[in-house]
Design a protein around this ligand. Structure first.
Ligand SMILES: [Zn+2]
Length: 94
Protein backbone atom coordinates (compact mmCIF):
# COMPACT_ATOMS: atom_id res chain seq x y z
CA UNK A 1 0.00 0.00 0.00
CA UNK A 2 1.30 3.44 -0.96
CA UNK A 3 1.23 6.19 1.67
CA UNK A 4 -0.18 9.60 0.76
CA UNK A 5 1.52 11.50 3.56
CA UNK A 6 -1.81 12.99 4.66
CA UNK A 7 -3.01 12.68 8.25
CA UNK A 8 -6.42 14.19 9.03
CA UNK A 9 -8.27 14.69 12.31
CA UNK A 10 -11.90 13.58 12.47
CA UNK A 11 -14.03 16.50 13.70
CA UNK A 12 -16.66 16.39 16.44
CA UNK A 13 -19.34 15.34 13.93
CA UNK A 14 -17.25 12.47 12.51
CA UNK A 15 -16.25 14.30 9.35
CA UNK A 16 -12.92 14.51 7.58
CA UNK A 17 -11.90 16.50 4.53
CA UNK A 18 -10.46 14.43 1.70
CA UNK A 19 -7.37 16.37 0.64
CA UNK A 20 -7.65 18.13 -2.72
CA UNK A 21 -4.72 16.17 -4.17
CA UNK A 22 -6.45 12.88 -3.23
CA UNK A 23 -9.78 14.02 -4.75
CA UNK A 24 -7.96 15.07 -7.90
CA UNK A 25 -6.13 11.73 -8.13
CA UNK A 26 -9.46 9.87 -7.72
CA UNK A 27 -11.18 12.11 -10.27
CA UNK A 28 -13.82 13.05 -7.68
CA UNK A 29 -15.30 16.55 -7.64
CA UNK A 30 -17.17 18.25 -4.80
CA UNK A 31 -20.78 17.02 -4.37
CA UNK A 32 -20.01 13.71 -6.11
CA UNK A 33 -20.35 10.37 -4.35
CA UNK A 34 -17.62 8.11 -2.97
CA UNK A 35 -17.99 4.58 -1.64
CA UNK A 36 -16.37 3.10 1.47
CA UNK A 37 -15.03 -0.46 1.51
CA UNK A 38 -13.58 -2.49 4.34
CA UNK A 39 -10.28 -4.20 3.55
CA UNK A 40 -9.40 -6.17 6.72
CA UNK A 41 -8.31 -3.41 9.15
CA UNK A 42 -8.50 -0.59 6.61
CA UNK A 43 -11.21 1.46 4.93
CA UNK A 44 -10.81 2.21 1.24
CA UNK A 45 -12.53 5.22 -0.34
CA UNK A 46 -13.41 4.74 -3.99
CA UNK A 47 -15.09 7.00 -6.52
CA UNK A 48 -18.68 5.88 -6.84
CA UNK A 49 -20.13 4.86 -10.16
CA UNK A 50 -23.03 6.71 -11.68
CA UNK A 51 -25.87 7.31 -9.24
CA UNK A 52 -29.09 9.27 -8.87
CA UNK A 53 -28.53 12.96 -8.13
CA UNK A 54 -31.49 12.94 -5.71
CA UNK A 55 -31.23 9.74 -3.66
CA UNK A 56 -27.83 8.23 -4.53
CA UNK A 57 -29.28 4.99 -5.92
CA UNK A 58 -27.31 3.27 -8.67
CA UNK A 59 -30.31 1.26 -9.94
CA UNK A 60 -32.43 1.96 -13.04
CA UNK A 61 -30.74 5.23 -13.99
CA UNK A 62 -31.60 7.61 -16.78
CA UNK A 63 -29.39 10.52 -17.83
CA UNK A 64 -30.58 14.10 -18.23
CA UNK A 65 -28.25 17.08 -18.86
CA UNK A 66 -25.10 15.45 -17.39
CA UNK A 67 -27.03 14.25 -14.30
CA UNK A 68 -28.51 10.88 -13.42
CA UNK A 69 -31.95 10.21 -12.02
CA UNK A 70 -33.33 6.84 -10.91
CA UNK A 71 -36.66 5.44 -12.03
CA UNK A 72 -38.26 6.03 -8.59
CA UNK A 73 -37.21 9.68 -8.36
CA UNK A 74 -38.23 10.24 -11.98
CA UNK A 75 -41.71 8.82 -11.22
CA UNK A 76 -42.04 11.08 -8.17
CA UNK A 77 -40.89 14.07 -10.23
CA UNK A 78 -43.39 13.34 -13.00
CA UNK A 79 -46.18 12.86 -10.43
CA UNK A 80 -45.36 16.13 -8.65
CA UNK A 81 -45.03 17.92 -11.97
CA UNK A 82 -48.53 16.71 -12.91
CA UNK A 83 -49.88 17.87 -9.56
CA UNK A 84 -48.25 21.27 -10.04
CA UNK A 85 -49.94 21.61 -13.43
CA UNK A 86 -53.30 20.81 -11.80
CA UNK A 87 -52.67 23.47 -9.16
CA UNK A 88 -51.56 25.99 -11.80
CA UNK A 89 -54.65 25.34 -13.95
CA UNK A 90 -56.96 25.60 -10.94
CA UNK A 91 -55.34 28.89 -9.97
CA UNK A 92 -55.94 30.26 -13.49
CA UNK A 93 -59.61 29.38 -13.18
CA UNK A 94 -60.08 31.47 -10.04
ZN1 LIG B 1 -33.28 8.55 -7.02
Amino acid sequence: MKTTGFVKKIDELGRIVIPKDIRKALGVNNLEYVEFYFDEDKVVIKKSGNCCSFCGSADNLAAFKDKYICENCLSELVKESGELKKIESSLKNI
